[in-house]
Design a binder for this molecule. Sequence first.
Ligand SMILES: [Zn+2]
Length: 128
Amino acid sequence: MVFDKLKEKLRKQKYYQIHKEKIDERNKEWKKLNRDMYLKQQREYNNHSDRHQSNMIKCWKYTGLKLFDYTYEEVYEYYLDCDNCEVCNKDISMGGYNKHMDHCHSTGIFRWILCNSCNTKDNWMNKI
Ligand SMILES: [Zn+2]
């Protein structure tokens, strides 16, 4: 059963890679046409998902994220409200693996909310 799920996931990933542009375009179009409904769905999911908030905060604490005068709850609100990458402006409103809290790896200070690709580039630059 687990294997079937994995196979299905891989099949979807492969399909997505092949039809990436078409799928992204369609999703974007749907979000544009149904902006209010989409935002409502997102908010409802996030607001009713206490687990999402506590998991995110747990993760930030684990990575040693420093927030100065802000509380974790305030930063979580900011995180939810951020729909675009703060470096390249890419749409990251879907959240999940595409939305990253960027922080300085030596001081732990929170810097930006980034898309996956900007976050990866940054990690890469930090290693030089
Ligand atoms: Zn970006």
